[in-house]
Design a protein. Sequence first.
Length: 426
Amino acid sequence: MPDIQDHPLRYAMANELHARPFPVVQAPARAAYLAIKPAQNAAGRDRNADRVHLIALLDRFGAAHPQPGATHYSGQIGKHLLKWESHTEFVTFTVFADGVADRPYDAASFAVFPDDWLRQAPGVRITSALIRVEALSDDAAVADKVDDWFVPESLAISHVLDGELVIASDFRIDTGGHMRFAIFARPEAGSRRTGRVVQRLCEIETYKAMSMLGLSRARDLAPQMSAIDNRLTALLSEMCGPVGEPAALLQSLLTVSAELENIVAQSAFRFGATGAYETIVNQRIAVLRETRFAGRQTFGEFMMRRFDPAMRTVKSTEARLKAMSDRALRAGDLLRTRVDVERSAQNRDLLESMDRRSDLQLRLQRTVEGLSVVAISYYAVSLAMYILGPLEYQLGISKTVMASLVTPVVLIGVWLMLQRLKKHLE
């Protein structure tokens, strides 16, 4: 062996591919199936509670416990084989037993799950089913049996896996609260192939039921979405004309947008899970390689008529919700642009008004400058007359003549001084 260190998860990743082997079922046989999920926040549930519930069932039969943190388990409980699996939102229990009950789909077949144990389940039943596996003799006998066991209007039946088996169900809940499935296997089909078909039917039923939760969510959202759509349309219509209070309208748009984003966030997981579950349902039906049985509808045709419209409703609701959210965001951006344009116009008018006021202030300043020259000159002339007063007698010049000679000189001097000061300040 080469001296090389393995990745810590190498064996775990490789073994994960073999973690859930198909059951081995030899006709005649029967199976009871149960899927449980919490009513709320199933993906964030306490998975240890699922394991405790499993151990409580195993202890009743003295069976071995699963490994800590295990997500699957297979073992004997009395005369039955138990297969347990933990998934993202739910856990499943499948019990297999040899032989079939004398009374088809007898509710006693489900009695391997005790009533008190069922009441202690950490969740609610999302689906349960009784599966009857018989040897395939001829198509006429199969037709008689399925017509007696199932509702003809809803019956889906087909040959699968190259005609080695026949599967049938009406996808209705019987009086015992369970779905019913029938499998008719030819001797050459083999126990492993029969077991794979049983597993596929359980998966189809479970993922179908989980997908329909998305339809329920879509229907619950429809009235709320219609009300928000009407409000959004009214706001957009108001935007087409003059907007009296843009800030109030913008706040209303932001409120609508926030409500839509909240709905998107709360519905994203459910709608995403619905799309994933729908894909699994279609894949599980495809791998069965159905062919028509006596001209009757196949499982694929049943899903196309009954299941696909529900999934299209979910997709339509998801697309409508996204479109409304995008429309609200675009409207908000448009209104913000409109408000910005109006504010720009107001700022332009304000700047023009400020320019006019500045011009007036400049004119007033020039006027004041002229008055300042006169006022300063007046006081300067007065001071000069006091200084030149003695010359009146020496030179024989009167004060009036002296003032008339001094005043122009003072005026020019004051004016030059102010101009120089103004130039220095600028």
